[in-house]
Design a protein around this ligand. Structure first.
Ligand SMILES: Nc1ncnc2c1ncn2[C@@H]1O[C@H](COP(=O)(O)OP(=O)(O)OP(=O)(O)O)[C@@H](O)[C@H]1O
Ligand SMILES: O=P(O)(O)OC[C@H]1O[C@H](OP(=O)(O)OP(=O)(O)O)[C@H](O)[C@@H]1O
Ligand SMILES: [Mg+2]
Length: 409
């Protein structure tokens, strides 16, 4: 399902901007960490989540405030998901960066990455990873941006190092039943203006995202709303009569569809994918944390830049490298990352060294492989070799420069 147009959080601007702007744009989440979900929602008629209010309170009671840096450990700590869909995907990504996580027993919660001897890997629930970054018990973490937003509550100590690890793609969305009083409700505006919502009978929202959900609805002008917190199978709540609408994660849209629910225009609260996040305090003060972050960022960027790209090598007859280059550059699919690399192929001819052929190297997107081969052939290319790329290291990554400037370095 394609994400609907609506207010979205801009991944790059959240948490990475140096300081809260005096009047943040409505699409940017930036909230004082001390606000409890209900308080963040504002107004007496915004009722706090009921069932799991305790969990929400626990988060706000210990607002995501940075604890003093613990001096009694020297290792840098990375938190990754211990179970669930993010767990294997995180390990797979690290493995692709030659950072294989070694866990001696699947029930052990500590593991290591041999290439990074000063790094401890802790296997934790995603929500706990964010809490422990805020409390100073972890230095780095890989979790979904949704969880960073919900649990981090705009805590300034959280800094996103890489905001697009290219897995765990989903969006947090408000969805309503397809039928009944919602039959003709297709936009957030229409939902807001429904006469049904009053102080006595607020719109009941079930969600695991009490903080972000309440903040969104408040910003959109909803006044009569009550929240019920649930951990899973939220799509069943409207049919059970326990909630009117839901705020939950969506990726394929199948769960909504199968439970007779629909998304509405303007109802997308945030877009999410896995991110590498750190504690600012750790990066500034824990020995080795910044160096490890740099190496991880470099490896991640190089791997993610290379994924989906291939290297094509071919030979081509020609009078000069320039002439061959002109032929190659005349083809739209053969321009490569920064133009083709063309080198002479030297051969021995009657006892002399001669150049009859040139070798061409180009990096092209995997999806345009066949088109590239056709174009190479059409300009006289032969002996085409295709190889997978593991890494593409560009110059210093902009994300690293942004991180340093965010840290005031
Ligand atoms: N349907 C989905 N598609 C893609 N990513 C998702 C989806 N649902 C959740 N995610 C991402 O995965 C993260 C972990 O999800 P969640 O905490 O629900 O774990 P899980 O894998 O479903 O395991 P469980 O719910 O059984 O604990 C979320 O924070 C989000 O970033
Ligand atoms: O759009 P879809 O591809 O259908 O995915 C959306 C579903 O995925 C997540 O649930 P999950 O699978 O984590 O189950 P849970 O509620 O038990 O955690 C989310 O809470 C939705 O229910
Ligand atoms: Mg789940």
């Amino acid at each position: 399902m394609s994400a609907m147009l609506g207010a979205r959080l801009d991944l790059a601007s959240f948490l990475l901007s140096p300081s809260p702007s005096p009047s943040p744009p409505s699409s940017t989440l930036r909230v004082r960490p001390s606000l409890a979900p209900a308080a963040a929602a504002g107004g007496a008629r915004f009722h706090a989540p009921r069932a799991a209010a305790a969990a929400a309170t626990a988060v706000s009671a210990k607002p995501a405030k940075a604890a003093p840096l613990s001096a009694d450990r020297t290792a840098v700590r990375l938190g990754i998901a211990s179970k669930g869909r993010m767990s294997d995907l995180t390990r797979d990504l690290l493995k692709s960066c030659q950072l294989t996580v070694i866990q001696t027993n699947p029930r052990q919660y500590i593991a290591d990455i041999p290439q990074m001897p000063n790094l401890e890997v802790w296997l934790q629930r995603p929500t706990d990873i964010v809490r422990k970054l805020c409390s100073g018990d972890l230095d780095l973490g890989i979790v979904g941006y949704d969880i960073i937003s919900e649990i981090g509550q705009g805590n300034d100590d959280l800094v996103i190092i890489h905001d697009a690890l290219d897995f765990g793609h989903c969006h947090l969305s408000l969805a309503v039943p397809k039928e009944g009083i919602f039959q003709n409700i297709n936009t957030l505006e229409e939902l807001l203006n429904m006469p049904q919502w009053t102080e006595e009978r607020p719109m009941r929202v079930v969600t695991g995202f009490g903080y972000v959900g309440a903040k969104f609805l408040k910003e959109k002008g909803f006044k009569h709303v009550s929240f019920l917190s649930g951990d899973g199978a939220l799509e069943s709540y409207p049919a059970m009569g326990m909630a009117d609408v839901i705020v939950d994660l969506v990726s394929s849209g199948t769960t909504l569809h199968e439970n007779n629910l629909k998304e509405i225009e303007g109802g997308v609260i945030l877009e999410s994918q896995a991110a590498l996040v750190a504690s600012r305090k750790s990066l500034n003060r824990r020995e080795g944390a910044l160096e490890i972050s740099h190496e991880m960022l470099e490896r991640l960027e190089a791997h993610l830049t290379a994924s989906g790209k291939i290297m094509v090598t071919a030979n081509m007859r020609g009078n000069s490298a320039e002439e061959v280059a002109e032929r190659v550059l005349s083809q739209p699919s053969l321009c490569g990352l920064q133009g083709p690399t063309i080198s002479p192929v030297y051969c021995s001819l009657d006892g002399n060294v001669a150049v009859d052929y040139y070798a061409i190297n180009i990096v092209v997107p995997q999806k345009s492989l066949y088109k590239s081969i056709q174009q190479l052939r059409s300009i006289g290319g032969s002996g085409v070799l295709v190889s997978k790329l593991t890494y593409i290291f560009n110059e210093e990554t902009p994300r690293w420069r942004r991180l340093l400037s965010e840290l005031g370095m």
